[in-house]
Design a protein around this ligand. Structure first.
Ligand SMILES: *[C@@H]1O[C@H](CO)[C@@H](O)[C@H](O)[C@H]1NC(C)=O
Ligand SMILES: *[C@@H]1O[C@H](CO)[C@@H](O)[C@H](O)[C@H]1NC(C)=O
Ligand SMILES: *[C@@H]1O[C@H](CO)[C@@H](O)[C@H](O)[C@H]1NC(C)=O
Ligand SMILES: *[C@@H]1O[C@H](CO)[C@@H](O)[C@H](O)[C@H]1NC(C)=O
Length: 376
């Protein structure tokens, strides 16, 4: 009896007071805000978490629903007439220390890719040719995803296909081909398509894109973001094929500022304090304001002039631990290996402590070289 009386008094005295009700509402609001904020931060800042210098602590990761890895390997090539296109998940193995890896060896191209010390894999690569359509160009692409694998996967699926289709059409109609223009237009088209899908899914993923289109006479390189290509030329010299799009580089900083954005230091310099690359496919919240753009830089290299021995295309996981010259020297000594040295280079970067996923593609152009030397 007294217990019930006491309880009811307590209820009347505290729970029904305005202050209590207000406090409860305030707490609920705060909880909702923090939770929501956390949710957004986790999606947007995933790249930040990955790339922050906060050390090897496990990052907070959320799976993006609707992405099943198995689907990657199962792409049907049936309706495509291009001879090859490879998922990075084409072959996956688990090594003894639990580092998943992917590899490819075809024609004069080798790729080796590891997941590194992070859970999950967001790097993608692509090697594709269109021989059946009489297209002689070879398409090599490296895509380093962030905020999930969706953007990298999307780009990998669409870009080479679109570029090779353009080349096939030009070939059929005997039209002159401007490779630079095709690369620019198709990269922007893929970005636009991706943004449409990403917005409707509220998926803020993004990806770098580094593409080398090898023709009979040139290598045309398109770059969006901070993956990087280098070439070892005929005299053994290191020639950069691309320049990273980093937010703090004067030109990029100017562009971002002009769009009304800012960069902030958070481990490394980041667009709006979030993204460590200033150009990317996807990243719709930042792209809406044009803080981040997908416009590629194009550089073209005459094969006869440079007489290249090989090309290296790699994600920033490699370049965190290797300079351009070091990487070229490393491959030069290992071009005779089964992966043209790509595997050794990836593992060496891993041993040097790269925390990232690492993908290295080596294009062995020695054959072209010996041909040209003959000619001379
Ligand atoms: C790659 O390079 C090596 C060493 O220069 C050369 O012997 C080999 O023939 C090349 N392989 C291909 C497939 O181009
Ligand atoms: C490496 O893999 C993890 C797991 O998906 C991914 O979250 C991380 O972003 C990747 N590294 C980068 C920066 O691509
Ligand atoms: C090819 O296209 C690019 C970009 O549209 C342009 O700047 C360049 O002048 C074109 N080259 C030729 C040879 O027409
Ligand atoms: C290069 O050499 C191969 C065979 O050695 C030959 O079939 C090919 O036509 C040559 N290519 C060029 C560009 O001379």
């Amino acid at each position: 009896m007294t217990l019930i009386a006491l309880f009811s008094r307590f209820v009347r005295g505290t729970l029904f007071k305005y202050e209590t009700v207000a406090l409860v509402f305030a707490l609920l609001f705060l909880y909702g805000y923090v939770f929501h904020r956390d949710h957004i931060l986790r999606s947007v800042f995933r790249r930040t978490l990955m790339h922050s210098d906060a050390g090897p602590g496990p990052p907070v990761l959320m799976r993006i629903p609707g992405l099943n890895k198995g689907g990657l390997a199962g792409r049907s090539n049936g309706h495509l007439r291009y001879s090859h296109s490879h998922r990075s998940s084409h072959k996956q193995f688990e090594s003894q220390n639990d580092v998943a890896h992917w590899e490819l060896r075809e024609d004069n191209v080798a790729v080796y890719s590891i997941q590194g010390r992070r859970p999950g894999m967001e790097d993608r690569f692509d090697y594709a040719t269109g021989e059946k359509d009489g297209v002689t160009e070879k398409f090599c692409g490296i895509y380093d995803g962030h905020g999930g694998e969706f953007a990298a996967e999307f780009t990998e699926k669409l870009l080479s296909q679109a570029v090779l289709a353009r080349l096939a059409t030009a070939k059929r109609r005997q039209l002159p081909v401007n490779h630079s223009q095709i690369l620019v237009e198709e990269i922007l088209a893929v970005d636009e398509k991706f943004l449409t899908v990403a917005k409707s899914n509220e998926d803020m993923a993004g990806s770098t894109a580094l593409v080398a289109l090898i023709t009979d006479s040139d290598v045309i390189v398109a770059n969006v973001g901070d993956s990087r290509g280098v070439m070892c030329d005929g005299s053994g010299k290191t020639v950069p094929l691309s320049y990273d799009h980093k937010p703090h580089h004067p030109q990029e900083r100017k562009r971002i500022k002009k769009a009304g954005g800012f960069i902030a230091f958070n481990g490394v310099w980041r667009v709006a304090g979030i993204l460590a690359t200033s150009r990317a496919i996807g990243d719709y919240p930042l792209k809406d304001h044009k803080f981040v753009v997908a416009d590629p830089d194009i550089l073209s290299f005459d094969l006869d002039e440079h007489n290249p021995q090989f090309l290296i295309l790699a994600t920033d996981g490699l370049w965190d631990t290797f300079t351009n010259e070091e990487a070229v020297q490393y491959i030069k000594e290992r071009l005779g290996e089964p992966h043209f040295g790509a595997k050794s280079l990836v593992l060496q970067a891993f041993y040097r402590g790269s925390m990232d996923n690492i993908t290295v593609m080596v294009v062995n152009l020695s054959r072209h070289r010996s041909n040209s030397t003959h000619v001379q």
